[in-house]
Design a protein. Sequence first.
Length: 127
Amino acid sequence: MLLDQNTVLSEKQAVTTTAASTNTVDLKAAGNFVPGAMFALCRVDVDFAGLTSMKVALETAANSNFSDAVELASASFLAAALTANKNILAVAVPVGVKRYLRAKYTVTGTATAGKVSCFLTDTVDMH
């Protein structure tokens, strides 16, 4: 799996309330991006605690402030599934992607702990 710092959306980002990823990816700056050739992978780095569930979404927008954000893919997870070293979202970046990409984490309940990383990569290691 190749990993480029320019395609990291979150790196061990603490998520205790609903938040967007720390970083966004500007696909125009990335060069010849081809939907379906890259995967968005989100994984838990530190066990989550206190929350009821969390939704992880991959969003795209034409504007860097995401005022026109469109959800490309998402999945929701109960707290028990949000354990360290577990991939929680692994999807091919679909057709319909606009210039910018980010992850969005929607927390239900009150999270007291939990960290997540999310990035674009060429393959997904399922181990």
